[in-house]
Design a protein around this ligand. Structure first.
Ligand code: FAD
Ligand code: SIN
Length: 533
């Protein structure tokens, strides 16, 4: 790693980090660090697509309306208006960078997903994220001012308190990050004049998740340790249709909502189409409604999953629109989606809360910007509208790049303070991996059972008690142990799980993705407020 000060340090190589780097590349020296392979990100697995009001029967107002409706009274309307308005131009930008989306004749083909009142999803078959990630990485190769380091795991953000512990909290600024070089097993200091946190989500905190293994909440944990404000972590979105497997290893395979948009229906063990009774949009109701309905079916019928049935749909169209899902189900799971229904369950999918960001992607720590799933911009409120996250990431990455240009111009010529090297005095290599595995399984299991789709005071109280013990044990272990990715991630997951439960206990009402049996209704006295930590 070249550890000379960068103008901008980017943590994460998904859509948010890469598009920010591309926007800034002509103006500054940008370093992108990513903890695994460069393409390994949630972005790379996104299936359905990117929402944008570009169809002939669509309008900006309709997209705004659907986003606000899904968000259950908690969206920031100014943010919704901005993101939706800026969306179509960002689709153009992605295409200029080389992304190729599916077309029907000359026009972009538009898919349909839950909560959307009309077809609106720009996509590349059922592997939109893979195409976006490919295009962004290819475009980045053409920029000599951007360096991308793989296997570079950010440990902690550097701020004034590392330089001068007496700095008052409100005067803190961010000066880059300590980054663990996995191959050489050392923690490097990466100074930067501005830092973008684009480290994605935290689905791995739950046992059943569609998220890849990188989604361990590192960004939220680092930001929290640096003293920035977080909000709305109780709103984990459970995707209604992940493939059910009895002995699954690793992440759950997603069955895109676009399949329901193409006519797929949900049925229970008795063959009943249960969504018909529950919502006028049936299977295309907002995600929180569908996930709760499936959960209810499982409990009522004492079964592990429901079925997604596509057997009545045109086989040629299905194969053409959903080639990845068709092949994966056939080759890896022995399921022919044209002839038999697919067993599906909800799984932790998207974190609506995160590090609080303003309209310019600024966190509450000066010179720390945030974009993508790690950020809480106010777009999603209490429940994200499907396919609004890639859109939000690319809009806010662009706004962050604008802010970075402004800060870099303002601070031109300024020298960074002397930053102390990483202090690992008194630590050694324990190799106690059995402890890590055990603690991890305990966190994921209790989040699944106590902080799932339906919650209660008792469950949250139990989760809080157990997490207090686990975080303390992990912290003691961390203090004695040489840095390794496994312990870093475990520590981050324990800390974010605790913050999630803290947020969930603060929300004494049922709203959007947070449903609790003790407070089954909306609480008007709460006045649709964010839970802020
Ligand atoms: P990511 O793409 O997750 O990238 C995060 C990056 O940060 C990764 O490179 C990771 O390695 C790196 N990183 C993390 N921690 C560290 C660290 N400590 N140090 C260094 N690097 C780190 N949304 C839609 O809008 N439409 C869809 O169709 C859609 N489909 C989805 C399908 C699946 C299976 C999943 C899981 C999500 C889907 N989503 C979809 C959500 C969407 O993909 C994500 O919200 C979005 O891609 C997040 O982008 P990001 O850049 O914020 O993070
Ligand atoms: C999907 O394809 O169903 C996922 C879309 C999303 O998470 O926005």
């Amino acid at each position: 790693m070249n550890t000379d000060a960068a103008d901008a340090l980017v943590i994460g190589s998904g859509i948010a980090g890469l598009s920010f780097a591309l926007e800034l590349a002509d103006h500054a020296r940008v370093v992108v660090v990513t903890k695994k392979d460069r393409a390994e990100s949630a972005t790379n697995y996104a299936q359905g697509g990117i929402a944008a009001a570009i169809g002939p029967e669509d309008s900006i107002e309709a997209h705004i309306h659907d986003t606000l409706e899904a968000g259950a009274g908690l969206c920031r309307e100014d943010v919704v208006r901005t993101v939706v308005r800026e969306g179509p131009a960002k689709i153009e930008r992605l295409m200029e960078w080389g992304a190729e989306f599916t077309r029907e004749q000359e026009r972009l083909a538009l898919g349909r997903e839950g909560g959307h009142s009309r077809p609106r999803i720009v996509h590349r078959e059922d592997r939109t994220g893979h195409e976006v990630e490919r295009a962004l990485l290819d475009a980045l190769k053409r920029h000599p001012q951007v360096e991308l380091w793989e296997n570079a795991h950010a440990v902690d953000l550097i701020s004034d308190r590392h330089v001068n512990p007496n700095t008052r909290p409100r005067n803190q600024r961010c000066f880059g990050a300590y980054v663990y070089d996995i191959e050489n097993r050392i923690v490097e200091t990466l100074p930067a004049r501005i830092t973008l946190l684009a480290s994605g989500g935290m689905g791995q905190v739950w046992k059943n998740t569609t998220n890849p293994s990188i989604a361990t909440g590192d960004g939220v944990a680092m930001a929290w340790r640096a003293g920035t404000r977080l909000a709305n972590l109780e709103f984990m979105q459970f995707h209604p249709t992940a493939l059910y497997e009895r002995d699954r290893k690793g992440r759950a395979f997603l069955i895109t909502e676009a399949i329901r948009g193409a006519g797929g229906i949900l049925v229970n063990d008795l063959g009943e189409r249960f969504m018909e009774r529950l919502h006028e949009r049936k299977e295309l109701a907002p995600r929180d409604v569908v996930a709760r309905a499936i959960d209810m079916q499982r409990k009522m019928h004492g079964v592990e999953h429901v079925w997604l049935d596509c057997t009545h749909l045109d086989p040629d169209k299905l194969r053409k629109q959903f080639p990845t899902i068709y092949r994966t189900l056939r080759d890896e799971h022995g399921i022919n989606l044209m002839r038999e229904p697919i067993p599906v369950v909800p799984a932790a999918h998207y974190q609506c809360g995160g590090v609080i960001s303003d309209m310019h992607a600024r966190s509450t720590l000066a010179r720390l910007l945030v974009a993508g799933e790690v950020a809480c911009t106010g777009l999603h409120g209490a429940n994200r509208l499907a396919s609004n996250s890639l859109l939000e990431a690319v809009v806010f990455a662009s706004r962050a790049a604008g802010e970075a240009k402004r800060v870099l111009a303002e601070s031109n010529g300024e020298t960074l303070p002397e930053i102390p090297v990483w202090n690992d005095f008194g630590t050694y290599d324990h190799e106690e991996f059995v402890l890590i595995r055990h603690d991890l399984a305990e966190i994921q299991g209790l989040m699944e059972d106590y902080v799932g789709i339906i919650r209660s005071d008792l469950r949250l109280q139990r989760a809080a008690r157990r997490l207090a013990i686990i975080t303390q044990e992990v912290e003691n272990y961390w203090r004695r142990t040489t840095v390794r990715s496994e312990i870093l991630e475990l520590r981050n997951m324990a800390q974010v799980a605790r913050q999630i439960v803290k947020c969930a206990r603060q929300r004494r009402e049922s709203r959007g993705l947070h449903t609790t049996t003790d407070y089954p209704d909306l609480d008007p006295a709460l006045g649709a407020k964010d839970t802020v930590i």
